[in-house]
Design a binder for this molecule. Structure first.
Ligand code: NAD
Length: 440
């Protein structure tokens, strides 16, 4: 088949909307003031988590609404032998044909590495295969995700379950989030789940446009004060973002060796405090096959996407410029997980961001702080608009939701990590990719 006819076939495929823009099934995204879910949560399983969540969610969710299955939430922590995995079948099978569009499936299990009993560990690990496969079977915008909880972190699971149950996780599918026991005690649940970042001071780099501008908007919606950072050349757009979110604009190249000091000074002078949240969103691409790549194309991408986030994070920690309970968030990419032809430089940096999360997880936990990353898949932005037609149309479709995500999908996941209620969520890289088949 010729290249043109493949493109035509894809563009005219059933998931394509007007003018070749694929629409998949319309995903429901959260709007302030709307309920988190259209319908009730059916709760299954017998562990301590089911008990805890039943009580914790009851105020906001219709638990056990018969015949109104917007969400199925299963506590698998009491499944301690492989033969009991049958309970997954028993709970889910009867409901598979009666789920509402945009339904949510959430399974909660015990983190396998925390289990010393062989049978229990095997059983906990098996949940991942179940959830990832179920996510691939769901239709009409429904998603399935898994939460692994440390045995002594039962009380910390609520924020993650709320995120996966809600429309905020519309493009997060087939993912696993680990909830750890926190080194220190303390109330982490915000009183107002509609403004979970209230009182937090956040920095977003690359905030002049694209995903970064949307992250700034969502953090402000959630109650944070936002310092918007971008290169001096983007000042006009940067000021527009800052004005929109009621924050401040700071023209700063993140590769400036003194960037961390400038950020800390801005926080002190303008807000009289340390930073609660830093989102390393600024990023560039200089795609070329390695054989054709110029030295500066390698250097520039490494400098902006990896060396700057590493230096800024380490300098802020060393200078004591992060507040207690801070959240550091990296923006990785699916390319950093699966690799991508023509992106050796970019994928190196995006895999490096996952390394940053792994490496700084323990030292930040000692400061009662977290570090996580989002790894976007195909997101509808100026960057992906500019792609050649064939890879663009394929890129949009090769995921379980059969469409591209929106910047707000990345922003909602960042905002989940940024909230103090996610203080037990650290060391995770969550893909915002609709369960893209690449690198899965
Ligand atoms: P974008 O190009 O629209 O925005 C990036 C912003 O970063 C720009 O405003 C730019 O001026 C700023 N920036 C670049 N270099 C900077 C520097 N040295 N200092 C300060 N700011 C700088 O890109 P986007 O699509 O919004 O992507 C945002 C992030 O998401 C990037 O890290 C990108 O790698 C990642 N990502 C995007 C996609 C996607 O589909 N768009 C997929 C995976 C990952």
């Amino acid at each position: 088949m010729s290249k043109t006819s493949i493109i035509e076939k894809i563009i005219n495929s059933p998931v394509a909307g007007k003018a070749g823009v694929p629409q998949g099934y319309p995903l429901r995204r959260w709007k302030a003031g709307e309920p988190a879910l259209d319908g009730g949560v059916m709760l299954g399983g017998e562990g301590r988590i089911a008990d805890f969540l039943g009580r914790a969610l009851a105020g906001d969710y219709d638990i056990l609404a018969p015949g109104d299955r917007a969400a199925l939430l299963f506590d698998a922590t009491s499944l301690t032998t492989p033969d009991r995995l049958r309970e997954l079948y028993d709970f889910f099978h009867p409901h598979m044909r009666s789920l509402r569009p945009n339904a949510r499936i959430v399974v909660v299990g015990t983190t396998p590495e925390s289990l010393h009993d062989t049978q229990a560990r095997i059983t906990a690990r098996a949940l991942e295969g179940f959830v990832r496969s179920l996510a691939k079977e769901l239709r009409k915008g429904a998603t399935a995700n898994l939460v692994w909880v440390d045995p002594d972190a039962v009380g910390e699971v609520e924020a993650t379950v709320r995120f996966f149950l809600s429309a905020k996780s519309a493009f997060v599918d087939g993912q696993v989030v680990r909830v750890s026991a926190r080194p220190t005690d303390g109330a982490t649940s915000p009183t107002d789940w509609a403004r979970p970042a209230a009182g937090r001071l956040a920095v977003v780099t690359g905030a002049a446009r694209g995903i970064g501008a949307t992250i700034a908007e969502v953090l402000a919606r959630d109650g944070a004060q936002v310092i918007c950072v971008d290169v001096p050349a983007a000042s006009e757009h940067l000021s527009a973002t800052a004005n929109r979110v009621g924050g401040t604009a700071l023209a700063l190249d993140v590769t400036d060796p003194a960037a961390a000091q400038t950020l800390a000074r801005h926080a002190r002078e303008r807000y009289s405090r340390n930073l609660d949240v830093i989102v390393h969103n600024a990023g560039i691409t200089r795609d070329k096959l390695l054989a054709n790549m110029k030295e500066e194309q390698w250097e520039q991408v490494l400098a902006v996407n990896l060396l700057a986030p590493v230096r800024i994070t380490e300098s802020l920690i060393d200078a004591g410029a992060l507040a207690e309970g801070a959240a550091v968030i990296g923006v990785s990419s699916m390319a950093g997980i699966s690799g991508n032809r023509g992106q050796t430089n970019y994928a190196t940096t995006k895999a490096g961001i996952i390394g940053l999360v792994d490496a700084l997880c323990a030292p930040l936990a000692d400061l009662d702080s977290t570090i996580n990353a989002v790894a976007p898949g195909f997101i509808e932005t100026a960057m992906t608009d500019a792609m050649p037609t064939l890879p663009r149309e394929v890129g949009r479709r090769v995921n379980s939701l059969q469409q591209g995500g929106l910047p707000v999908d990345v922003a909602e996941t960042v905002a989940f990590f940024a909230s103090r209620s996610a203080a037990a969520v650290t060391g995770n890289t969550v893909r915002v990719c609709g369960q893209n088949i690449l690198g899965a």
